[in-house]
Design a protein around this ligand. Structure first.
Ligand code: HBI
Ligand code: FE
Length: 287
């Protein structure tokens, strides 16, 4: 896999962290943050879940400037014991998991260029801070992510990391949740994306299916486009249950069951919305 902005270089520290160097951001970089913050903040009311909105409100994250990780960590640390640490981009899986297992969230130090507002290959400060950090103010999510880090270290040794990574992908990155007033976004990959925020909730194309752990563990995902299926939690208490699960018997059962394609819908799925598939079908026709 790719190892980020520092590809080919040996990191100075074994845990891949770097100084954020907040005072070194340029005014152009702060302006990019403002552009991203403002257009995203207009879209999120009525679309982002209450947990996200509440977390954001309590954090020193605003339109004016790229947030300072030390200030974020002060507020976050008091609430859930998490810290935000700076990394140059994607870090190796075991380094990523080791941070999460110790309640450190590795956030990209850099910000995307003005020409890449809607698509970046690596997580930058906007995706990581605007997308992930508000959710870490919630104790259930905070504990789940730590458990995922510990589980990732074990899954790597067992050779089942792809199965576990799908849980992360379809919850933390691209998860939806059912609230009393409707389906809402909690996944950071959606909450930090202008186009996917609307697509995930309102477009007729993707499937919206009730979250089921084993189903998700079998389901491949797309990294190059919007998701073909989104999985919807009934409530965040489902993440509490996940944390307590002993995954070993599940991994054993999964061996021998076929993998599922991102757009597959099964007889046993609880379907909230059956997608037309139009978005991805159109793309395939073009290629
Ligand atoms: N590194 N900085 C960073 N952010 C991620 O989200 C990340 C990573 N390295 C590996 C990784 N994610 C995933 O491949 C694991 O969740 C499987
Ligand atoms: Fe992410």
């Amino acid at each position: 896999m790719k190892h980020g902005a520092a590809a080919g270089l040996r990191p100075e520290r074994p845990d891949w962290t770097i100084e954020q160097g907040w005072e070194r951001y340029t005014s152009a970089e702060h302006a990019t943050w403002r552009t991203l913050f403002e257009r995203q903040t207009k879209l999120l009311p009525g679309r982002a879940c209450d947990v996200y909105v509440d977390g954001m409100r309590r954090l020193p994250i605003g339109p004016g400037e790229i947030p300072d990780f030390h200030r974020l960590s002060d507020v976050l640390g008091k609430r859930t014991g998490w810290q935000v640490v700076a990394v140059p981009g994607l870090v190796p899986d075991e380094v990523f998991f080791e941070h999460l297992a110790n309640r450190r969230f590795p956030a990209g130090q850099f910000i995307r260029k003005p020409g890449q507002l809607d698509y970046i290959e690596e997580p930058d400060v906007f995706h990581d801070v605007f997308g992930h950090v508000p959710m870490l103010m919630n104790p259930i999510v905070a504990d789940f992510l730590q458990a995922y880090g510990a589980g990732g270290l074990r899954a790597r040794k067992l050779g089942v990391l792809p199965n576990l990574a799908r849980v992360y992908w379809y919850t933390i990155e691209f998860g939806l949740v059912e609230q009393a007033d409707g389906i809402r976004i909690y996944g950071s990959g959606i909450a930090s994306s202008y186009t996917e925020t609307v697509f995930s909730l309102e477009d007729p194309s993707p499937n919206r299916l009730r979250f089921d752990l084993e189903r998700v563990m079998r389901t491949r995902y797309r990294i190059d486009d919007f998701q073909e299926s989104y999985f919807v939690l009934g409530s965040f208490d489902e993440l509490l249950d996940l944390q307590r699960i002993d995954f070993a018997p599940i991994y054993a059962r999964l061996r021998g069951t076929p993998e599922l394609e991102p757009g597959d819908v099964l007889a046993g799925d609880r379907i909230l919305h059956r997608g037309s598939g139009a978005h991805h079908a159109g793309k395939r026709a073009v290629h």
